[in-house]
Design a protein. Structure first.
Length: 264
């Protein structure tokens, strides 16, 4: 009854089904690992943001020092005076309302003399031309105390590319190494993403919102879908086999029926 399974068509179908089972299992675990990584990232951000703020230069204590993964988003403080002469903007950045503009980055000379820190003061809208420097609220004069989030230097990846030939004081990356080479001012590694200034200025760029650390994404649902699909493969194959067997049985039964005698 099931000898048709030895045919070329059914052997190929069986082989495809057998190959799909481990593939879909692996895809399910891939989505599970992405879910676990997302949860771990959210927990890391939540702890970093709620930890007691520490001075920036205690975490990034040397020019070019890398901000490690466990320090990303760490709440930090810094006290010093802005250096507007070496201020620059970062192109093609979006606001909280997804409008395209610039990030405004201004170095801050620390009052304790331990170095200079890049500060992302926030977002401003694009001007009439992408070749001219945008309208930027002036950095506060005198000594200020800042609160913010520690961020690693940006590197070219995805849609962010480090291109030459940009207008004056416009860049595609926030990089302490790059700005050290451009300005000649040694900068501590990483940068501070501003959340508060004391004393508060009358006008300032739009500060960046806190990163989302509650959304776990759809990866767990995708993992379950892949594993359900894994279970459906043998079930679907068996249904196809049974249907083929029934169709062949009907054909065989019809062929065995003798034709009625034709009356003379």
């Amino acid at each position: 009854m099931y000898r048709f399974l030895l045919s070329r068509r059914w052997l190929i179908t069986l082989l495809i089904a057998l190959l799909m089972i481990p593939a879909t299992i692996r895809l399910g675990f891939w989505q599970l690992h992405r879910h676990e990584a997302r949860v771990a990232r959210n927990e890391l951000i939540a702890h970093a943001l709620t930890d007691h703020p520490v001075p920036f230069d205690t975490l990034s204590a040397a020019p070019g020092a890398a901000v490690t993964k466990d320090l990303n988003w760490r709440a930090v403080t810094a006290t010093g005076q802005y250096d507007p002469e070496h201020e620059f903007v970062v192109r093609k950045r979006t606001s909280s309302e997804e409008k395209v503009g610039y990030f405004v980055v201004t170095p801050l000379r620390l009052s304790d003399g331990k170095g200079t820190v890049l500060v992302n003061r926030g977002w401003v809208a694009s001007g009439e031309s992408a070749t001219t420097y945008p309208a930027v609220p002036a950095a506060p004069a005198g000594e200020v105390t800042l609160a913010g989030r520690l961020r690693p230097d940006e590197v070219a990846s995805g849609s962010i590319r480090d291109r030459a030939g940009l207008p004056d004081r416009q860049f595609n990356l926030i990089s302490s190494d790059q700005q050290t080479r451009e300005s000649g001012v040694p900068l501590l590694g990483g940068y501070l993403e501003l959340t508060a200034t004391t004393p508060a200025p009358a006008d300032q760029p739009e500060m960046l919102p806190e990163p989302n650390h509650s959304d776990i994404g759809p990866h767990m649902a995708y993992a379950i879908q892949w594993w359900l699909f894994t279970a459906m493969i043998p079930v679907g194959f068996w249904v196809m086999v049974r249907r083929e067997a029934k169709d062949r049985a009907k054909e065989a039964a019809g062929a065995e029926v003798e034709p009625e005698a034709v009356p003379a």
